[in-house]
Design a protein around this ligand. Structure first.
Ligand code: GLC
Ligand code: CA
Length: 547
């Protein structure tokens, strides 16, 4: 059995990774061409975000056909070649399964709209209220009502995301069978990993108005969620212990995650949760400008470390993905301490208990976009909210500032390979703008520098394989209330790791609560870190001590 506790996953957003046929869009062949780069980094898995046939309203998270590759990304032959070439290099593929909803262009939905009752029951159609309002007051996660009116039925369908992403009705056993068939199809093609998109939203509860929030409490971690995941497991990937699975858990609770990711293996191998990335929100409200709350960040990370371990459940640990701003811009420093802070943030994640995920470009310190005009944005969510914020009364430039900070496009600009034209991503006009800082921030420069962020990530990935304490150790916070330091201890079979990080651009003196005899410094982001009880930590300094 693959030990996913010792593994690291590299996430690729193919559209922005590497373009091989000069149409401005990254493609599967682009991933194949860059496999040696990923092997060099040391990742064990590549998670590919969806490349299935799709109208691309939500960049592939709106699936029209689960069995075929979107021609924009290539062909099934390209996929098979990618799979074979990855295998040669000891890299496994993890595919992204979007089963909470389909695209409205999916054949099932088209048949539903044509009035076929069998397919209407694949989705969630409901009558509106007597007063003409939608069935509930729930809001779509991309803004506006979660219900769309269909005149020919005088009914609404539910879409928790874009109007072009109707939610599937998992209470219909035939839907569950269809979904299982898709998973089995990709298993037969040799796929050894699956990421399940917003999978804790599939079991809807009661359809009631929400007077406290946007409706999420009625469909998140819903009544049959564990039953449906167990069934999916039993009928598909559960048969192959070599398959690794991760569920994306939207607004979930830790109690549910104990079960989703329990080591009994009945549901999934691990979970993504997002509470630690909402520390620059106001509650659940993302579209605001507030400084991030460092104490809260620590508390959430640490509570999850503890809680999941106590309940024998496994975390996915990460800062970045295609839905998040770049971490060096968010919790680090894009400017003077770019390199130090990017390395520090990498260390924090990779020494935790859980399987680390690296999102393309994170390993070279890519930053948020440099867009100064709304016309440069591509993401449906950003475009919707730019409008919604103004409808709520914000001035255009205030609305724009919020988009700049929180837009998902921050993570979607093209991978910066070189300092050349379009950062070496494409020879054509890229589908989304390249960050002008590619002249300094690029993979070529990172590979040439022995002291780069890339080299640091490489070491972190290697360390997880070499030291059992990282993969298997217990977790304990150190000096949790400290205003500037995030520090923790890992311990396993007589070995201990101390991970100490200064999260700020100013120095700090820190007295380590542990006796440091016998420890040596095995990793740092400064050339000359010392093992001392009284530590003088420099800006964003990060040290890993081992005994
Ligand atoms: C997940 C994906 C995101 C997508 C959404 C709807 O959150 O990561 O990119 O928009 O689900 O499928
Ligand atoms: Ca292309």
């Amino acid at each position: 059995m693959e030990d996913f506790r010792k593994s690291v996953v590299y996430q690729i957003y193919p559209k922005s990774f590497y373009d091989t046929n000069g149409d401005g869009l990254g493609d599967l062949n682009g991933v194949t061409e860059k496999l040696d780069y990923i092997r060099e980094l040391g990742a064990d898995y590549i998670w590919l975000t969806p490349f299935f046939v799709s109208p691309q309203k939500d960049n592939g998270y709106d699936v029209e056909d689960y069995y075929n590759i979107d021609p924009r990304y290539g062909t099934m032959e390209d996929f098979d070649r990618l799979s074979a070439e990855a295998q040669k290099r000891g890299i496994k593929l993890m595919l992204d399964m979007v089963f909470n909803h389909t695209s409205s262009r999916n054949e099932w939905f088209q048949k539903a709209l044509a009035g076929d009752e069998r397919y209407k029951n694949y989705y969630i159609f409901r009558k509106g209220k007597e007063n003409g309002d939608p069935p509930t007051n729930w809001e779509s996660k991309f803004g506006g009502s979660a219900w769309e009116y269909v005149p020919q039925f005088d009914e609404y369908y539910l879409h928790l995301f874009d109007v072009s992403q109707p939610d599937l009705n998992w209470d219909n056993p035939e839907v569950r069978e269809q979904v299982e068939a898709v998973v089995r199809f990709w298993m037969k093609k040799g796929v050894k990993g699956f990421r399940f998109d917003v999978v804790n939203l599939i079991s809807k509860g009661s359809f009631e108005d929400d007077y406290e929030g946007d409706g999420r409490r009625f469909y998140t971690d819903g009544p049959n969620i564990h039953k449906y995941l167990q069934e999916l497991n039993e009928k598909t990937f559960g048969a192959d212990k070599g398959i690794v699975t991760v569920g994306e858990m939207s607004s979930t609770s830790m109690e549910n995650c104990f079960r989703y990711a329990s080591e009994d293996g009945k549901e999934l191998s691990m979970v993504f949760s997002f509470h630690h990335l909402k520390v620059d929100f106001a509650g659940n409200e993302k579209w605001v400008l507030v400084p991030y709350d460092f104490q809260k960040l620590k508390k959430i990370l640490f509570d999850w470390q503890f809680g999941m371990a106590e309940h024998h459940a496994w975390n996915a640990v990460f800062w970045c993905n295609h839905d998040q701003p770049r971490v060096v811009s968010r919790f680090g420093d894009e400017g003077k301490y770019w390199k130090q802070s990017a390395k520090m943030l990498g260390t924090v994640i990779h020494c935790l208990r859980g399987t680390p995920y690296v999102y393309q470009g994170e390993e070279i310190g890519m930053t948020n976009t440099d867009f100064t005009d709304i016309s440069r944005y591509r993401d449906v969510e950003s475009i919707n909210y730019y409008r919604i914020l103004q409808e709520k009364g914000l001035r255009p430039d205030d609305a724009f500032r919020i988009i700049q900070i929180h837009s998902r496009d921050n993570g979607r600009t093209p991978m910066q390979w070189t300092d050349g034209q379009n950062a070496g991503f494409t020879t054509a006009e890229p589908w989304i703008g390249v960050n002008a800082n590619h002249t300094d921030v690029n993979a070529e420069a990172e590979l040439a520098d022995e002291d780069s962020i890339f080299r640091h990530y490489q070491k972190l990935i290697r360390l997880r394989k070499e030291l059992d304490v990282i993969a298997y150790g217990d977790f304990a916070p150190l000096d949790q209330k400290n205003a500037q330091i995030l520090a923790y201890r890992r311990s396993y079979e007589g070995h201990t790791l101390l991970v100490v990080n200064n999260f700020y651009g100013r120095p700090v003196t820190w007295t380590c609560p542990e006796e440091l005899e016998g420890y040596s410094c095995i990793l740092s982001n400064y050339p000359d870190s010392e093992v001392k009880k009284e530590m003088e930590l420099r800006p964003f300094e990060s040290v890993v001590l081992y005994r």
